[in-house]
Design a protein around this ligand. Sequence first.
Ligand code: DC
Length: 224
Amino acid sequence: MNSIAIDGPSGAGKSSLSRKIAEELGYIYVDTGALYRSIGLAVLQAGKNTKKADEIEALLPQIDLALRHVDGEQRVFLGSEDVSEAIREEAVSMAASDVSAHPAVRAFLLETQRRLARENNVIMDGRDIGTVVLPNANIKIYLTATVEDRAMRRTLQLREAGKQADYETVKKDVEQRDYNDSHRAAAPLKQADDAVLVDTTGLEFEQSLALLLSLIKERLIDAT
Ligand code: DC
């Protein structure tokens, strides 16, 4: 099985690009952020504090998390509830960032991610895919862009979804999450030594897509 690891900070375009690349290559797209978001949502629903490691560790065995692919589209379930939309709320973004710092949460999700890559050709995006989850991935890409670019894309995305979004507030949020994700002790966000750095600052979606596809195809051919 082939695996492509895409890591980078939030708002760099990882998920929309990965989804499209998966479609193009006939791979399964695994959005690992959705797993952390689901745990964040479960913790909020249980009325627990997302920063309290012991409370969350005690809750984990009760969390029934499942990830299914329907027509190439990833859906996440907590029990029988499809939470794929609910996990996109801003409150859940911060909760996900908080819970992802706890080693027990990371350990809880590790095997799920590795099993998906054992059983399928995958393009998997997250923060620690190339460094921890799939250290032997065929291709590793570290996707980034300036904080201003990422905050602007996120603001426009929220507005397109009919939500109110103030650029300065979104930017502060992005900066806070960047800080949390790269300063935590457990599997912090960082570029793997063997990852290719791709900076999408100032690029349109189609330009980023073309760049990534040519890079991936070239390396997949090299690998065979
Ligand atoms: O990619 P995202 O914004 O949906 O991710 C939500 C949070 O989950 C993010 O703040 C960091 C965390 N995360 C992580 O720690 N490791 C991953 N592989 C994916 C996401």
